[in-house]
Ligand binder design. Structure first.
Ligand SMILES: Cc1ncc(COP(=O)(O)O)c(C=O)c1O
Length: 476
């Protein structure tokens, strides 16, 4: 059986500036715990030997021993004679002293199910009868759903046939499937920084070497297209995984000019563009709307990912890939190595929801607008030093929190009853300590509770800001 072994060097990168206010062993244990909680360190990974980590961190071995001991006490690590210390995720993740009433979860930028759901489920269950005569193993997708998805692409300006659609178990499977089918070990894969973390997890699992292009909440364009062009030229990535609309987590959308340049750069290198348009229809009031990126493909090869998770409901676990027919056939062949199909009843529910999609989207727009309004009102009042960029839709805001304390804040917030993902989870190299992603998908009352929890957590997190990377003097 394969196992994940974390080398001291790799762990050093993940730890970043981990030292905090209290004793070193506590700060080290706290940071390791956060890395396990937010998935940057997988559960079950073997940690470096104490002596080795101590040497690389420049701390005493006693500090590492005490930190590992603290992790074991908190059930975030287990040690066995002869096989070292491994990370673990306790069954019920509860910070001692945290809210007994349950934690408020701001790590998921997703809405509850729309009000149309019960009707769609009732209709779907009546449509199920004839399908019960079949085996139920559906690796391609029900025709009725593939037609509905194709119709929606066509309405949005990208003529599409049902046989250009493969239905998947959420967009996440679509990403993993494309990574497996299109990336060979050692190939370069271009992603945005920051990006949707499970995408780089999937690309990394497929053996890709990741290269990044910055996306910022500042500036006219968001995407640094000069960098993108030069990275593409230098590295000729096999694929570029991009979110052109309401990028997760920044909320930015590519302008028409950025779209043109990205596609031209990809065409020049033969890079396949994987456009994850999962958030694309979560429009609140975007001044300009765009057809799917593949519409303007020109000479570029664009594969589109979509999902019912954010517009309809995450619990349906239905997503899709739109591509040329030959590519769909190829992906269909690879899919059976991952699973044996998308649940049938859920597909019928999504097909029924597509029949009332305008109403579903209107409800989503209202919920997202309320979440945005609450965040935009409460956050600047509570944290005058933060910058909360205005977004026109999508799932989240990417707040600049002024100091490099996002991981400390996320940790302190847990003790105040709030789960929130620290900025570095959206990057690959420990960057983004100055950012926090806050979902637009929460009701105003939850935003109130979350902001109050962040306010209570802030003093502990910010009292001892971490040294600026530049402030660490070079050793000469
Ligand atoms: C950009 C993006 N892609 C994919 C996913 C995963 O979606 P699904 O629930 O359909 O697997 C998400 C979920 O947050 C997302 O934001």
């Amino acid at each position: 059986m394969s196992e994940t072994v974390i080398g001291a060097r790799a762990l050093l990168d993940l730890l970043g500036e981990w030292r905090g206010a209290g004793p070193s062993y506590e700060a080290l244990a706290d940071r390791l715990r956060l890395l396990v909680i937010d998935g940057r360190l997988p559960s079950g990974a073997r940690l470096p030997a104490e002596r080795e980590l101590a040497a690389d961190l420049g701390v005493s071995r006693t500090t590492v021993t005490a930190a590992y001991q603290r992790l074991r006490e908190q059930r975030f690590a287990v040690s066995r004679q002869g096989s070292g210390t491994r990370t673990a995720l306790p069954g019920a993740v509860r910070t001692p002293g945290a809210h007994p009433s349950g934690l408020l979860d701001f790590t998921k930028a997703a809405l509850p199910a729309p009000s149309m759901m019960p009707d769609a489920v009732a209709e779907a269950s009546t449509l199920l009868s004839p399908l019960l005569l079949d085996s139920g193993y559906d690796t391609l997708g029900l025709t009725v759903l593939r037609e509905a998805v194709a119709r929606r692409f066509t309405e949005r300006g990208l003529p599409t046939d049902a046989d250009q659609i493969l239905v998947t178990v959420g967009a996440q499977q679509a990403i993993a499937l494309l990574a497996r089918a299109l990336v060979s070990r050692g190939d370069r894969a271009l992603i945005e920084a920051p990006t949707y973390p499970h995408a780089y997890d999937a690309l990394g699992a497929a053996g890709a070497r990741i290269v990044t292009v910055p996306v910022s909440t500042e500036g006219v364009d968001g995407w640094d297209v000069d960098v993108l062009e030069s990275v593409m030229r230098r590295t000729s990535p096999a694929i570029a995984y991009l979110m052109p609309d309401f990028q997760n987590p920044t909320g930015r959308s590519m302008s028409a000019a950025v779209r043109r340049r990205v596609l031209a750069a990809a065409a020049a290198q033969g890079t396949i563009v994987v456009a994850d348009e999962t958030p694309a229809e979560l429009d609140i009031d975007r001044p300009e709307s765009f057809p799917p990126l593949a519409t303007a493909a020109g000479g570029a090869h664009v594969i589109t990912i979509g999902s019912a998770s954010k517009t309809m409901w995450g619990g349906l676990r239905v997503g899709w890939i739109r591509a040329e027919r030959a590519m769909i056939r190829r992906l269909h062949g690879v899919r059976a190595t991952m699973d044996l199909g998308t649940p049938v009843l859920e597909q019928l529910v999504v097909a029924r929801l597509f029949d009332r999609f305008d109403a579903v989207l209107a409800e989503r727009r209202a919920a997202l607008a309320a979440g945005r309004e609450a965040l935009e009102a409460r956050l600047p009042a509570a944290f005058p030093d933060w910058t909360v960029p205005h977004v026109h839709g999508g799932l989240a805001v990417w707040a600049h929190i002024g100091a490099p304390v996002s991981s400390q804040l996320a940790l302190a917030a847990r003790s105040e009853g709030l789960l929130v993902t620290a900025g570095p989870r959206f990057g690959v190299d420990g960057a983004f300590e100055r950012f926090l992603r806050l979902p637009l998908t929460s009701a105003p009352a939850q935003v109130d509770r979350a902001v109050a929890a962040l306010q209570r957590a802030w003093p502990a997190a910010s009292r001892h800001p971490l040294p600026e990377p530049g402030a660490l003097a070079a050793v000469v």
